[in-house]
Design a protein around this ligand. Structure first.
Ligand code: SF4
Ligand code: SF4
Length: 292
């Protein structure tokens, strides 16, 4: 199943600019953007993963992690293949970086938005989460599902790296109730070098501010990777930034385990997490250590 994207603009010579995320790929005819799932066919952009679920689980909402939104409930969680980032520590790289393994073959089970909502209700979930890879890249599928879910009183959650555009936020805003947004680092270089985020850190900060302003419930996650994102100075900058938006925003600091292109890196020492927690608590009301 594929469907024409909502978030794109047509360009000269049958090219298209995708406006879903801040990579803002300029895509020539016959090609896909960085995420590998938004394809230019004859000058129009199509979402190749529409209705194609690559991962599906019924998770406790605390696993998203969201600790301050519908606690004690289950969330019907889905994701497609593809991601707009290239994090070398990705725990879900087999689906996020599917192109490395499967080329342009789109994997997944065919499930319509209607069926997702039906399954979420049948399994007594209180919400639907778009997660595992990056929901921004399949936002039209997420929004179509969310529109139906809203009618049935289900809440809708994005678990995201926060690299969406303002246009994307305006598009999903009326249908999304809560978000867990990664703030992976406070360094521009980190975002450019490791995530291959072409515009660095700023779009993530803008998303946090913008979505909070719109009244969406926000929690933030920082994965603390030894030697990469464990500088106490930087963790202090993150805490201060979150507090500047709202000191009641919960901050999850999570433990790194070796994965993907970082199999030899050490696990985050517990002492580092405790130090980070101490720093966070100077500025924020809720700091949670995760993955331990
Ligand atoms: S979602 Fe982002 S990475 Fe994917 S095509 Fe659009 S701008 Fe590019
Ligand atoms: S943003 Fe998330 S899903 Fe995408 S590559 Fe990074 S860790 Fe993996």
């Amino acid at each position: 199943m594929e469907k024409e994207c909502v978030l794109y603009v047509k360009e000269k010579n049958k090219r298209a600019i995708c406006t879903a995320c801040e990579q803002r790929c300029l895509i020539p005819e016959g090609k896909t953007g960085i995420c590998g799932v938004r394809k230019n066919i004859n000058g129009k952009l199509y979402l190749m993963v529409y209705g194609k679920v690559a991962a599906k689980h019924i998770d406790p909402i605390e696993k998203k992690p969201l600790y301050h939104f519908l606690p004690g409930t289950y969330s019907y969680s889905i994701g497609t293949v593809g991601c707009n980032f290239r994090c070398p520590w990705c725990q879900n790289y087999d689906i996020a970086q599917f192109m490395e393994i499967y080329g342009d073959k789109i994997l997944g089970e065919n499930i319509t938005p209607d069926e997702i909502v039906k399954q979420a209700i049948e399994t007594k979930c209180k919400s639907i989460s778009y997660t595992y890879t990056e929901p921004t890249i399949f936002i039209e599928y997420a929004v179509d599902t969310a529109k139906l879910a809203k009618k049935h009183g289900l809440k809708k959650i994005l678990v995201t790296n926060g690299y969406m555009t303002k246009e994307c936020i305006d598009y999903f805003f009326p249908y999304i109730d809560a978000m867990n947004i990664d703030l992976k680092s406070f360094s521009d270089d980190f975002y450019r070098k490791y995530c291959r985020a072409s515009k660095g850190l700023k779009p993530v900060l803008d998303t946090i501010k913008n979505c909070h302003k719109k009244g969406i419930h926000i929690e933030i996650t920082t994965l603390i990777i030894p030697g990469l994102s464990d500088s106490l100075k930087e963790l202090e900058k993150i805490s201060k930034f979150i507090a500047s938006v709202d000191k009641n925003i919960p901050w999850h600091i999570t433990r790194f385990f070796p994965a993907y292109k970082m199999p030899d890196k050490e696990i985050t020492p517990l002492e580092t997490l405790k130090e980070a927690e101490k720093i966070g608590k100077k500025y924020l009301k809720y700091v949670h250590i995760g993955n331990v």
